[in-house]
Each structure stands twice: as structure tokens, then as C-alpha cells.
Design a protein around this ligand. Structure first.
Ligand code: BES
Ligand code: ZN
Ligand code: ZN
Length: 491
């Protein structure tokens, strides 16, 4: 999308529509000199209330204006602005308009940054549709997005904020595209190839793709076990961006990269399997975060590590009741082949802890159905052995409205992972499944590393459109990680 910046509104402006914000009660949130009196007489009817997300097209003297309600002025937040402007963009897309002038509300209790963040993210995040798999006849729909935006009245600092936000949102889009893609196309090799291409996006990203032979040499027995039912090779993908070479601080982001989860021999019921192309959402999200960090030139050192394979079913599938040896040396009795995410993550976390000198590790994984039962589709569960790290993630979450809820990493439940023939099992009974999954991962992070686990099974993939997030892949987590990394610069 093209961004243009204009100091003030020209009555002869050359775009398809002007988006004009209105506070609840019918008060203009931005001024529009050339149509002031006609606008006031339209608003005086009281039909347009200015409720949050309310929209209406009006046509005073041959101009197309889209009114967008922002709700009560004193209650505005960056999230309410995100929602209102996304409602406006949806109306613009429904009419297939290609260009818009956008006015922002500037007199409010919110900081300029909060206003900008809400408006600009609302616009960019909702200007999206997944159309790659549409047939030829529907191809028109792929071009029904907004192509240019004229931002009115932004100073130079605001303009760079818009550009920064566009970079971040284009990486949300990058993640959405990978997650929404057919599992038959977005294979482990495809993810590896996509990661390799990151070094062309920025010369500061260094990518290594480790293949089956390497996994065998390293004795990564858990990822190899999960891979056995698939005829596609597994990989360990490592993409590093060194934006702060003088510093020892190194954030390792580990993302679950199961490109399709059938459950293996513990086969999933059809309805549950239907969603399982999303099971590499964590992997896509951490790759997107490193890509964005490099494009923004953040002063951080960050590595994305993505263990990737299908969890398929076949004559060579790994077996329930058998014991497999992890990279860390710990042995695991597999009592359910559908609890595969924790297995591949275990090898990745243990490798990261041993070789990548992390100051902190954050893993993102569509790990359990249990977290969705507990927190629903909007929250991910945050588990951490470090209050400081958890607080930093919560702070980022408050800014981006990607919801997180801290869950207990309650050590007493670890007993349920005991095995009589191996060091541990991979499932621990029906209750508190998300907590037990997190406790399983904790066994592999080594000592002294601060670590957080985000179980994103709920918000990664949505059953319905929500404001600025489409149905299916939401791109949850990309903005959160970038905000976290931004705050960590210079450490
Ligand atoms: N990929 C699933 C978890 C999942 C569920 C992701 C719903 C997104 C939406 C994971 O590999 C899985 O199957 N977990 C099992 C664990 C159980 C066997 C202990 C689950 O949650 O049922
Ligand atoms: Zn599974
Ligand atoms: Zn899975």
C-alpha cells in the first residue's frame, strides 16, 4: 500500500473517500473546514450517533465521506480506535474503493502514540483478505484492497510511526499468509525455503537450515520420532538477526512448526483435524518477528528457531508406549502421539539452551486444546519461570491488545508426567493439560535461563472475523513480539 502525507485537507482531494471520525454524541473528532456547515446540518439530525464502530457514507456537495463513530471520547483507547477504523476500512473495501484520505482524532486524553497506534494498526490490519486459493473468476477479489492512503495532518515523527507500523503489519500479513496456506504447500521444506529467503530481505539476517542428517547426528530423537509417519523431511530452522553486536543480550524465539497435525496414531477426530494447518503458527510468528526486527533495524539480537515436521500417520509412525531419547538425553515415553508439539519443542529448547547462549527464551506454540477450553479464542496462556520476563510480555500485550493471561507453572503437577520406564511421559492426565504441557517443556530449558511459553492455540486461528482480524489466521503474536523487542533495545 502507498502512504502519502498531506498537511491539510484539500477540498479538491483526489481520493475515493474521506474517513472522518466522530465522537459519540455527534461531535466531530477532526475538523473539516470546506464542508463544516453541511456536516453540522447532517449531524444535527442525530441519526448518526458516533457509537464505536458505527459507519455511514454521506455525500455533501458531491464528495464521498465515510463517517466513523469512535464511541465516548473519555473512554477511547488505542484498541477502541483500532476497532473503529477497522470498521471504516471494511466499509471502504465493501465498496471496492482504492484510495482514502484519513483524518485522525487528535484532541483526547490519549497520548499521540496511542492514537496513532490505534488508527494506523486498525487501518493496516483490516486491509487484508486471504485470496491465494481463490479461482480465476474470483481473482478480482484479490485486488479489492485499499491501495493508497493519504494521511492528513501528520508531523514528521508521526509519519515515521506510520511507516514503522506498516512494516510491522506487513509482517503480520507475512505470518497470516503462511498460516492460511494449504498444508500441502506450506511444508517443512517450504518453511525452510521461506526462512532462507529472509537473508535476501535483510543482509543482517543469517539463516541456517539443518536437515535430517544433522538432526540424526545431533541425536534429536524427539523431532525424528514425530517425523516418522511423514514422507516429508523434518528441519530445524535457525534465523538470527544481530542488531546489537556489542551486547550479550540474546533473545531466542522458538516456534512450533508442525505443518499439519493429524495426531499421528492417536488420530484426531475429523472436526479437530480440520484446523490443523494452523499448527505451524508459532513458527510463522517467530520468523515474522525476526523479519520485522531486521526491517525496523531494532537494536536487539534475536534468533528464531523453528523445529518443523508434519505429524502424519503411516506405517513408520512413532508408536504409543514406546520410549524415545531427546537431544537433552532425557527419555520420553510417548503415551499420546498427538502431544507432538512438546516433543519437537523439547529438542529445540534444549538445543537453544546449550548452543545459542540465550538471555531469555520465548516459545510460541499452538500447543493444547486445553488452553482453549480454559481461556477461549482470545487469550493465549503465558507460562514463565521469570516474573520480570512475564511482566515485560504483559506490558507488550497491553499495548498491542493481543491478550495474554498468566497461568501457573505449578511444580506439584509435575508428578503426573512420571513414567516407570522412562524419565518422563509426554501426557499427564486430563486435567490442567496446558499446565502439564508447559511443565513438560520446562524440563528442557536447562537451569538459569529465563523462559516464557505462550500457548497460542486459542488466538492463532479464529473461527470468525473479529474487528481487524479475519477468520482463520489472525497473525497473533507478531506485534506483541515486536513491541517486546522494541522495549528491550539497547540492553
Ligand atoms: N496442535 C494441537 C493443539 C491444538 C488444539 C491447536 C486446538 C490448535 C487448536 C496439539 O498438538 C494437540 O493435539 N494437543 C493435544 C494434547 C493432548 C493429547 C495431551 C490436545 O490438546 O488435545
Ligand atoms: Zn497434536
Ligand atoms: Zn499440534
Amino acid at each position: 500500500m502507498k502512504n502519502a502525507f498531506v498537511p491539510s485537507l484539500d477540498p479538491k482531494k483526489n481520493s475515493d473517500v474521506l474517513i472522518l471520525p466522530i465522537w459519540e454524541g455527534g461531535h466531530e473528532a477532526a475538523s473539516i473546514e470546506h464542508a463544516k456547515s453541511s456536516l453540522q446540518s447532517i449531524l444535527s439530525f442525530g441519526d448518526f450517533k458516533g457509537k464505536q464502530g458505527e459507519t455511514d457514507f454521506i455525500y455533501p456537495s458531491g464528495e464521498r465521506i465515510l463517517l466513523v463513530g469512535l464511541g465516548k471520547k473519555e473512554k477511547a483507547t488505542s484498541e477502541s480506535l483500532r476497532r473503529s477504523y477497522s470498521a471504516a476500512v471494511k466499509q471502504v473495501l465493501a465498496k471496492r474503493l482504492k484510495s482514502a484520505h484519513i483524518l485522525l482524532p487528535f484532541q483526547s486524553h490519549l497520548s499521540r502514540e496511542d492514537i496513532l497506534r490505534g488508527v494506523v494498526e486498525g487501518v493496516f490490519l483490516s486491509n487484508y483478505a486471504y485470496t491465494r486459493l481463490k479461482g480465476e473468476s474470483d481473482h478480482e477479489s484479490s485486488s479489492s484492497l485499499l491501495e493508497s492512503v493519504h494521511w492528513v495532518g501528520l508531523g514528521s515523527a508521526d509519519q515515521s510511526f506510520v511507516e514503522k507500523t506498516e512494516t510491522i503489519c506487513s509482517n503480520v500479513r507475512f505470518a497470516r499468509e503462511l498460516i492460511n496456506g494449504n498444508a500441502d504447500e506450506i511444508t517443512p521444506a517450504y518453511l525452510a525455503h521461506t526462512a532462507k529467503a529472509l537473508s535476501q530481505v535483510s543482509s543482517k539476517i543469517e539463516v541456517s537450515v539443518f536437515d535430517r542428517k544433522w538432526l540424526e547426528q545431533q541425536k534429536m530423537g524427539l523431532i525424528l520420532a514425530v517425523n516418522r509417519g511423514s514422507d516429508l523431511d523434518p528441519f530445524m530452522i535457525q534465523a538470527s538477526y544481530k542488531g546489537n553486536p556489542g551486547s550479550q543480550d540474546h533473545i531466542v524465539l522458538v516456534g512450533k512448526g508442525i505443518t499439519y497435525d493429524t495426531g499421528g496414531l492417536s488420530l484426531k477426530p475429523t472436526d479437530n483435524m480440520l484446523l490443523m494447518k494452523c499448527d505451524m503458527a508459532g513458527g510463522a510468528t517467530v520468523l515474522a518477528a525476526v523479519r520485522a526486527a531486521a526491517l525496523l533495524g531494532l537494536k536487539v539480537n534475536v534468533t528464531a528457531l523453528v523445529p518443523t515436521t508434519e505429524n502424519s500417520i503411516g506405517p513408520k509412525s512413532y508408536k504409543l508406549g514406546d520410549v524415545y531419547r531427546s537431544y537433552s538425553g532425557k527419555t520420553v515415553e510417548v503415551n499420546n502421539t498427538d502431544a507432538e508439539g512438546r516433543l519437537i519443542l523439547a529438542d529445540a529448547l534444549a538445543y537453544a539452551a546449550a548452543h545459542l547462549h540465550p538471555t531469555c527464551m520465548i516459545d510460541l506454540a499452538t500447543l493444547t486444546g486445553n488452553i482453549v477450553m480454559a481461556l477461549g479464542e482470545e487469550f493465549s496462556g503465558l507460562f514463565s519461570n521469570s516474573d520480570a520476563l512475564a511482566d515485560d510480555l504483559m506490558k507488550a500485550s497491553h499495548k498491542t491488545s493481543e491478550l495474554l493471561w498468566r497461568m501457573p507453572l505449578y511444580g506439584e503437577y509435575r508428578d503426573s508426567l512420571k513414567s516407570d520406564i522412562a524419565d518422563m511421559t509426554n501426557i499427564g492426565g486430563k486435567e490442567a493439560g496446558a499446565i502439564k504441557a508447559a511443565l513438560f517443556l520446562q524440563e528442557f530449558i536447562g537451569s538459569g535461563t529465563s523462559w516464557a511459553h505462550l500457548d497460542i492455540a486459542g488466538p492463532a486461528y479464529s473461527s470468525k472475523p473479529k474487528h481487524y482480524s479475519p477468520t482463520r489466521s489472525t497473525g497473533y503474536g507478531v506485534r506483541l513480539l515486536i513491541d517486546f523487542l522494541e522495549a528491550r533495545q539497547g540492553r
